[in-house]
Design a protein around this ligand. Structure first.
Ligand SMILES: Cc1cc2nc3c(=O)[nH]c(=O)nc-3n(C[C@H](O)[C@H](O)[C@H](O)COP(=O)(O)OP(=O)(O)OC[C@H]3O[C@@H](n4cnc5c(N)ncnc54)[C@H](O)[C@@H]3O)c2cc1C
Length: 382
């Protein structure tokens, strides 16, 4: 068993670590306070190739492997998790469906500008009445005279309304299967299509500098060819997208957990009580040691899930385990980081206060912790 990273993975990690430290971290507090989407920063990341890491160069991507992309996400999220989720939602949810399931024409039309990070794309699965039960989609698309007529709504869609966003791919019910279940198809809806309304951004507890919006479709019409892959393949496709997305969210969570440890360790070494740095108290040392141990374990879990994905082996179980454990590790790390800061940790001028607010959603997005446990239990044969 070889745990060493390739020279390319190390180079991507180091580039992202330096970029996060120099370009992202200094802006993070102000972006959070004002809830500003950092277009300029995201464009810069596009120019560096960070918004198309796992796609081949022929489509405008960087040609990196999936683990390198996840490591990049860890480092970017260590700088700021709002920027991390913008990168993740664009790459894993927005762009990868075109790469995995798009026709040659769709790949040629959409992939290059998305992989180069000139434009962003969103994926709309969740609806006001269909969250964890994503197969309960109510949005309908009816084929009539060569056009899909779409009616319905989506909730909590990341990157849907930034000034760089070019469109969204949505799940829609396009018919009924012989066994009575819904036939679900993924439909491509470019921004500006009449009948497609992008709502105002939500006011959120964390991830404040990322863009999250409700979407509405009212007699919205797109050409017949705007479906992704085969009609009726939507459910299968988004399950595949979510498997990889969960490994990516695990990496993002490890990045945030590491940021919590970075801040807590540095604070513990300089904060003095009872005439010595609090890092000299065993109670504080044990908190830091537990954080470091859990973060390392969570990192190894997403490395293994990413490795399985790259080998073409089944990895649904490992993806769910990595997402579940890493998001809960990050929550514990944020909690302990605030505790180690004492009262200062409760003040917005300390990053750990922001980390604590942002960490919660990692246990919710791309499948809640309960849903991950259901996936793992199902694979146990329950
Ligand atoms: C900031 C943010 C960004 C997001 N971005 C996107 C995006 O880009 N695209 C997208 O499609 N979606 C996105 N989502 C939606 C996200 O994936 C959903 O919020 C999530 O899947 C949960 O769905 P829900 O919110 O409807 O909760 P519900 O499904 O209503 O769940 C409520 C509670 O019930 C529990 N529960 C539900 N069913 C079961 C069960 N069978 N057994 C046990 N417990 C259960 C859940 O775990 C949860 O605790 C985003 C959400 C947020 C908050």
């Amino acid at each position: 068993m070889d745990f060493s990273l390739s020279s390319e993975q190390i180079a991507i990690r180091d580039t992202c670590r330096a970029f996060a430290e120099q370009e992202i971290k200094p802006l993070a507090e102000a972006l959070d306070a004002t809830g500003t989407f950092p277009s300029e920063l995201i464009r810069k990341m596009g120019e560096l190739g960070l918004l198309g890491l796992p796609f081949p160069e022929e489509f405008g991507g960087a040609g990196a492997d999936f683990l390198a992309y996840c490591i990049a996400l860890e480092e970017i999220s260590r700088g700021d998790v709002s920027v991390g989720i913008t990168m993740e939602a664009h790459t894993s949810l927005g762009t990868s469906p075109f790469f995995l399931f798009g026709s040659p024409g769709q790949k040629a039309r959409f992939l290059p500008s998305l992989a180069r990070g000139e434009q962003l794309w969103a994926f709309g699965l969740t609806e006001p009445e269909a969250g964890s039960d994503s197969g309960a989609t109510q949005t309908r698309a009816v084929l009539h005279d060569g056009l899909w007529h779409i009616n319905g709504s989506k909730a909590f869609i990341t990157n849907a309304g930034t000034d760089m966003t070019a469109g969204v791919t949505i799940t829609a019910v396009t018919g009924q299967l012989p066994d009575g279940r819904k036939e679900i198809t993924n439909v491509i809806v470019p921004r500006g299509t009449p009948g497609y309304t992008i709502g105002q951004p939500y006011k959120k507890m964390g991830w404040k500098a990322s863009d999250t919006r409700p979407l509405a479709f009212e007699d919205c019409m797109v050409p017949e060819e705007n479906i992704l892959g085969k009609r009726g393949d939507g459910f299968k496709q988004f399950m595949q997208i979510l498997d990889a997305g969960r490994v990516a969210i695990a990496a993002l969570s490890v990045g945030l957990a590491q940021a919590c440890l970075d801040e807590a360790l540095s604070y513990a070494k300089q904060r003095k009580q009872f005439n010595q740095p609090i890092s000299k108290f065993q109670a504080i040392q044990f908190k830091l040691a537990d954080m470091d141990t859990e973060i390392e374990l969570a990192r190894l879990m997403y490395y293994k899930a990413a490795w399985l994905q790259m080998q073409g082996k089944p990895y649904t179980r490992e993806a769910s385990m990595a997402k579940l454990f890493a998001s809960e590790t990050a929550k514990r790390a944020a909690d302990q980081a605030v505790q180690i800061h004492g009262g200062y940790g409760f003040m917005d001028e300390y990053p750990v206060s922001r980390y604590w607010r942002s960490v919660k959603v990692n246990e919710i997005g791309e499948g809640t912790s309960e849903v991950q446990r259901l996936v793992i239990a199902k694979l146990l044969g329950c």
